[in-house]
Write a protein that binds this ligand. Structure first.
Ligand SMILES: Nc1ncnc2c1ncn2[C@@H]1O[C@H](COP(=O)(O)OP(=O)(O)OP(=O)(O)O)[C@@H](O)[C@H]1O
Ligand SMILES: [Mg+2]
Length: 195
């Protein structure tokens, strides 16, 4: 069986889990959320106390992902998490979707989800400065990396766009957003980029 892993990455709170779950149902795929996966298989090697997040043993995770893909009777795997590009073996990763959301909208979603203080500003800065996109491009061939601006779109629409790209009915592109330029034009950079 020709297995394929479709990666969904993006800044915290951008909408990865929501989109990945919908996509999984549509493609009859196996869903892997990397945060849950790390906990279930005990792949953490400590805690980043300042950021209140677990530190992952990337090598162990890479092996566990390979093992899971090999032994699961599914062709398609939807793997989501902001470090997915770094831990999913390249031989399986066929497409890496980097979800992008306008920082003005993202900030509202983050605040609604309980983010505040340093964590909010740090994550917002990551979105503004394209951190997840840069990481995806560092780990994988450019042709496999697709950026999707999901600002103001329903989950259904985002899922349809992803499927259209997978079926080659829509082009996979990189460079479709420029948050820094947008904030500069509106003269609100200082309000959003605080670190
Ligand atoms: N297309 C959308 N339109 C509006 N709200 C959305 C959309 N997608 C997700 N949301 C909302 O945004 C919030 C964050 O979504 P989600 O949990 O899917 O993000 P995430 O990227 O998985 O976050 P994390 O990195 O923290 O796991 C949730 O409250 C969700 O309901
Ligand atoms: Mg999530």
């Amino acid at each position: 069986m020709n297995k394929r892993a479709i990666l969904i990455t993006g800044t915290p709170c951008v909408g990865k889990t929501t989109v990945a779950q919908r996509l999984t149902a549509k493609l009859d795929a196996k869903y892997i959320n990397l945060t849950e996966f790390a906990e279930r298989h005990r792949l953490t090697i400590g805690e980043d106390k300042e950021r209140k997040t677990n530190i992952i043993d990337e090598e162990k995770m890479r092996m566990k992902i390979s093992e899971t893909i090999d032994k699961t009777e599914k062709r398609t795997f939807i793997i989501e998490g902001h470090y997915a590009p770094a831990v999913v073996p390249k031989r399986y990763a066929t497409c890496i979707f980097v979800l992008r959301r306008n920082p003005i909208e993202l900030r509202r979603l983050m605040e609604k989800s309980g983010f505040s203080g340093a964590k909010l500003w740090e994550n917002l800065a990551s979105e503004i400065l394209d951190v997840c996109l840069v990481e995806a491009l560092r780990e994988h061939e450019k042709e496999k990396v697709c950026e999707l601006d999901i600002t103001g779109k329903t989950v259904e629409r985002v899922t349809r766009e992803i499927i259209a790209i997978l079926e080659e009915r829509k082009k996979c592109v990189v460079g479709c957003v420029d948050w820094l330029g947008m904030l500069e034009k509106k003269n609100i950079i200082d309000e959003y980029l605080k670190i």
